[in-house]
Design a protein around this ligand. Structure first.
Ligand SMILES: Cc1ncc(COP(=O)(O)O)c(C=O)c1O
Length: 388
């Protein structure tokens, strides 16, 4: 009775959700999530801002808004991205319902069935599923500690007419790693040589707790090849669903039309909160508190892994963000080991969920350190030591 579209019929829901479901109600220590720590959500600030908006300007907060975004928020985002070195001469800014929607709007605007999209391996499943849902041909390029493997990238570029590259250069999900400036520039040069566009997905960029800033790819983009996806999810609240795009004006125009079709505009109340958040005098100290907390937890997790896990397990050392990636340098499948871990009351995300070929056994796994308490990090990694 129900015949589904070719866009959706072969799409599987995120395996991460399946893991979280398996963990539900089991009183587990979970390293599986991808949420900001509850204590970082600025509840009082949000409460006061919404109260004020509803009292002083209900017509703005509760009526329809324009598709490209609440004017005050757009202006403040323009200031913010200019400070980050992005030029607004040929680029524009629009508000979206989360960074996830930027990926969808770009795909909707530029991809035809069968177009080739390159993505990093491993990568964020939410991005991967967007490209699959538009029936793009998605090809993976391995990720190294300092970013995409350039040789493998150029090989794919020679063999395929690539339309789009999807990358998470800063505090990668799931790897936690950051692409070097050298590689960012090299990829932009390849984009010129082989004529493709780039989505720079950067929801974690402000959560740096150590090391030096690396310029965004968008700020290095002189040709209008990069579409930047930003998000308030990890610094303000994921539930408010506010993100933004910085894109070349002709691309942005099409994205705005595409957004009209999807959800008309992002919730006005959420946009007002985001706009006030950017102007909040507590903004800098709020971000610093988030970074301090995650830095402390990341260092603790790293110490615990070195202490409690066998030496054949290696891990990345993130300078920011909320994830760490571990490789078990043995012939094991972390998907199979997960059941044992859950029995012992710990959950992680097996690496296969971040791959294009999800049937292939994978000896890696992702750990999140923003959500668990420090006690849980110590206890949980000890238990993983037993599992492995
Ligand atoms: C790499 C990456 N991109 C995009 C998103 C989506 O974020 P948002 O909540 O802004 O839609 C996430 C969320 O976890 C992510 O990890």
């Amino acid at each position: 009775m129900y015949t589904f579209s070719t866009k959706i019929k072969d799409l599987e829901g995120s395996a991460i959700r399946a893991v979280l479901k398996m963990a539900q109600g089991k009183d587990l220590i979970t390293f599986a999530g991808g949420l900001p720590a509850l204590e970082t959500l600025p509840v009082d600030f949000i409460n006061k801002t919404i109260d004020k908006a509803l009292t002083e300007n209900p017509g703005l907060a509760l009526q329809y808004g324009v598709t490209d975004g609440y004017g005050v928020l757009v202006e403040r985002l323009q200031e913010k991205v200019k400070k980050m070195g992005m030029s607004l001469k040929d680029n524009g800014v629009m508000v979206t319902s989360g960074g996830q929607q930027v990926i969808d709007l770009v795909a909707r605007s530029i991809l035809n069935e069968g177009d080739v999209v390159l993505c990093e391996l491993p990568t964020f499943i939410g991005g991967l599923n967007v490209f699959k849902s538009y029936n793009a041909k998605v090809i993976g390029v391995p990720l190294e500690q300092d970013g995409i493997d350039l040789e493998a990238l150029e090989k794919q570029l020679k063999e395929n007419k690539v339309k789009l590259l999807y990358t998470i250069p800063t505090f990668h999900n799931p790897m936690g790693t950051t692409m070097s400036e050298l590689k960012r520039k090299a990829i932009l040069a390849l984009a010129h040589k082989y004529d493709f566009l780039i989505i720079e997905d950067n929801p974690y960029g402000e959560l740096r707790f150590q090391g030096e800033d690396v310029p965004t790819m968008k700020s290095l983009d002189a040709e209008g090849r990069v579409i930047y996806a930003g998000s308030f999810s990890k610094i303000l609240s994921p539930g408010l669903r506010v993100g933004f795009a910085v894109a070349p004006k002709p691309v942005l125009e099409k994205m705005v039309v595409a957004k009209q079709v999807i959800d008309v505009h992002t919730t006005m109340l959420s946009q007002i909160v985001a706009a006030e958040f950017l102007a909040w005098d507590g903004y800098d100290s709020h971000i610093k508190n988030c970074c301090d907390l995650y830095g402390k937890k990341a260092r603790l997790m790293s110490e615990c892994i070195d202490k409690f896990l066998p030496e054949y397990i290696t891990h990345t050392n993130p300078d920011g963000g909320i994830f760490m990636w571990c490789d078990i340098n043995k012939d094991v499948d972390t998907k199979e080991l997960l059941a044992k871990a859950v029995d012992l009351k710990v959950a992680y995300i097996p690496g296969y969920t971040f791959m294009i070929d999800t049937d292939k056994p994978c000896n890696s796994f992702r750990l999140n350190y923003s959500m668990p308490t420090e006690e849980d990090i110590i206890e949980g990694i000890k238990i993983l030591g037993e599992v492995f």
